[in-house]
Design a protein around this ligand. Sequence first.
Ligand code: ADP
Length: 414
Amino acid sequence: MSTPGTPARVLVLNSGSSSVKYQLLDMAGDERLAAGLVERIGERTSRLVHTPLASGGERREHTGRIADHGEALRALSRELARDGLGLDSRELVAVGHRVVHGGPRFTEPTLIDDDVLAEIEKLVPLAPLHNPANITGIRTARELRPDLPQVAVFDTAFHASMPEHAFRYAIDTSVADAHLVRRYGFHGTSHAYVSRRAAQLLGRAPEDTNVIVLHLGNGASASAVAGGRCLDTSMGLTPLEGLVMGTRSGDLDPAVVFHLARVAGMSVDAVDELLNKKSGLVGLCGDNDMREIRRRVDEGDRAAELAFAIYIHRLRKYIGAYFAVLGRVDAVVFTAGVGENAAEVREAAVAGLEGFGLAVDGRRNTLRSQEPRLVSPDGSRVAVAVVPTDEEREIARQTFALATREEDPSYKHA
Ligand code: ADP
């Protein structure tokens, strides 16, 4: 626990291949001090958008080439310094990094040292698009503040509690084990935060609450969480499996890949690009933004209607499957861009499922709010809820807990 006056700031970095999103949080006052984004790193039109939140200052924006992640971090650090929140500040206790793939080894937030960094590098073949950017962010932050604890918070970690019958694919075990092929799951920070917050909303202890979390953003995943532990999740070895997403197919017969290779003469890379970038909603109707799809549905556009129907059908299959995994469900919880905003998706996902104890109240469901809320009618057997996700706050919470525990001599020698 921190007391007033004790340094308690955490910088959260989410480094993508050409972007860095950041937030500075004060854990003592549970306050967001600043947030921002550097995008198009390496291009001439790089852009930094910085919003000071604590001081109520104006949003600031700069465009112009930012060559690499190192420069991006120095630029965002200068912006923070202008608000008196610089990276050199004594108040800053740790940097928390989002790392997409933790493989089989990293099942907890982890203090980064050379050995940990080398292990994260070994996982690059499992997440070739994401882990290299995360590693660059870590290296740069370590260069800037070598004295600060740097903590890796893995997208896969929350799902490490899945039992083997859920995470193991039904393929030859020696091949699977040799190549680390299994279900890992992603969006774990969000599933952890949202499932815990949903239990609070219901006024129940997390240990005694079973929820189905539907994280529906551009990427989308479902999870079955019992007593705070994940029992199953829809993403797999990579974020391609499961629900229909903005540009990813989600589930399909793996033989589609061989078929396209043999019959259409497509290379593995071409099929990879097809399934990850040109499928899902965009492949079905040309749009991946649910607002645009709903607008087209309202105009009677047939391709948009079909894309929406396929999206909802897959979602309902996972809701049904996770009822069977959990046995007892206390709440179905919607989160992320689509889940938090698209009332039509929530309504269609549970329509006709009164037999499962599920329903939405029309007025509650269409009310707009940033707060966690119930959208089911009073007295429903299973609650339907919207809980806005907050991955940065969860990364900061886990980072702060680990960094301050490491500094506590009574913990180390206990
Ligand atoms: P990610 O973090 O995966 O990029 P987000 O969680 O930010 O995604 O979700 C982005 C998606 O949310 C958009 O592609 C859009 O489909 C959807 N979205 C955002 N706002 C709305 C809205 N008001 N109504 C419907 N869908 C929305």
